[in-house]
Design a protein around this ligand. Structure first.
Ligand code: FAS
Ligand code: PHB
Length: 394
């Protein structure tokens, strides 16, 4: 027996994009139903981003979920770039007047889930066979299986917030969809450990053996990454091997302060730059990783998803409150203009900070020359800084 539901916006995906969209819409009285192929526990446990732009902090405060972030988050006013042991601090506060917030995506997701569920939001978890349909009609539908039952949600709009491997992007006809991709010839091996971070700020290091990043989740929990081969598995990387490699890549001064310990999370993520156009088809909108992926070097993935949602929620609320579809009609062009600029920054910083197997000696010299130029030029450092704290929304 098919279950039928109706709502104003059906949101596919309960990651940060889908959850934040649902909350911002609810705060404006717009109804939504959120579906996900996983459950809350699985989604909250995914260890991903760690750095929030001010725009993301503002959006979470606007959504009413910023209290714990204000208590537990770590404001950072700069970060270090290191090149074969030389270090250069990008002084975000002096160069842009802004800072970033170190607060893990797992915490953002937890805060959003807590508020959504406390407010009685409607979720379907562990769904399968999700099919968005009738996207060009005024009543698009999303059909799926849930608890062995067929379910259909009829809505005004569908928000595809289902990440890189979701179904919403695939629902756009092939003759309409254009995709752009750069796959990097390496991955990031990340670990979490209950040890104080090696430095009070992040360190991005390019060493002849490869990239390394020293980050954190709190003053007692550190997050570290090393560039690794795409063929590597976590089994190839014992904790001892990881700490030895990280120490070599961050240089002796930083390594002297490194407190190593057992890792309690270890995972490898591939790196890619990816954009799908358009981000709207009929009455379906894409937001977040469903439409674009950036290499994590610039700490942009989560922040870009939030920026999409801020623009999409404003457009949908304008429609329902004032019957004005100007922002809905301009959504795809507006978000993509910013997406491409953020893709550029993430690609630029990834190209600067990693060892590429096919780089010639000339290209290695270009990397060093760009680092030396950053050290010497306030204008060059300001360019990095203004992208890192987050480009304007409009
Ligand atoms: P998400 O992928 O977070 O959420 C999509 C949701 O849709 C998931 O819950 C999924 O279960 C659901 N879904 C998928 N298919 C579905 C279907 N068919 N039906 C229903 N639901 C479906 N960003 C950074 O800034 N820094 C980092 O260090 C960083 N590290 C990362 C490491 C990894 C391994 C990955 C994959 C990403 C990383 N990112 C990082 C990027 C990441 O943070 C994303 O940008 C962020 O999760 C985007 O949020 P969403 O767009 O909500 O997508
Ligand atoms: C993290 O803390 O996970 C992190 C921080 C900055 C990045 C990428 C990941 O650029």
């Amino acid at each position: 027996m098919r279950q039928n539901h109706t709502t104003q916006v059906c949101i596919i995906g309960a990651g940060p994009a889908g959850l934040l969209l649902s909350q911002l819409l609810a705060n404006a009285g717009v109804r939504s139903i959120v579906i996900d192929r996983q459950d809350r526990t699985y989604i909250e446990a995914r260890v991903r981003a760690g750095v929030l732009e001010q725009g993301t902090v503002d959006a979470l405060n606007e959504a009413g979920v910023g209290a714990r972030m204000a208590r537990e988050g770590l404001p950072h006013s700069g970060f270090d770039l290191a090149f074969d042991g030389d270090r250069h601090r990008i002084d975000l506060a002096a160069l842009t007047g802004q800072s970033v917030m170190v607060y893990g995506q797992t915490e953002v997701t937890r805060d959003l889930f807590e508020k959504r569920i406390a407010e009685g939001a409607q979720f379907f978890f562990n769904v399968s066979d999700v099919v968005p349909s009738d996207l060009k009609s005024d009543s698009p539908t999303v059909s799926f299986q849930h608890d062995g039952q067929p379910v259909t949600i009829t809505c005004d709009y569908i928000a595809g917030c289902d990440g890189f491997r979701g179904v919403s992007r695939q629902a756009i006809p092939a003759e309409v969809l254009k995709t752009y991709e750069r796959v990097y010839p390496f991955g990031w091996l990340g670990v979490l450990t209950e040890r104080p971070p090696v430095s009070h700020e992040l360190i991005y290091a390019n060493h002849e053996r490869g990239f390394a990043l020293c980050s954190m989740r709190s003053n007692t929990r550190s997050r570290y990454y090393v560039q690794c081969n795409l063929t590597d598995t976590v089994e190839d990387w014992s904790d001892d091997r990881f700490w030895q490699e990280l120490s070599r890549r961050i240089g002796p001064d930083a390594a002297a302060d490194l407190q190593t310990g057992p890792s309690f999370e270890k995972s490898i993520a591939p790196l890619r730059s990816f954009v799908a156009e358009p981000m709207r088809y009929g009455n379906m909108f894409l937001a977040g990783d469903a439409a674009h992926i950036v290499p994590p070097t610039g700490a942009k993935g989560l922040n870009l998803a939030v920026a999409d949602v801020r623009i999409l929620s404003r457009a949908l609320i304008e429609h329902y409150k004032n019957g004005n579809d100007h922002h809905i009609d301009s959504y795809s062009a507006q978000v993509l203009a910013r997406v491409w600029k953020v893709e550029r920054f993430s690609w630029q910083l990834s190209t600067l900070m990693h060892q590429f197997p096919d780089h010639s000696p000339f290209e290695k010299k270009m990397q060093r020359a760009e680092f030396d130029y950053l050290v010497q030029s306030e204008a060059a450092s300001r360019s990095i800084a203004e992208n890192y704290v987050g480009l304007p929304l409009d």
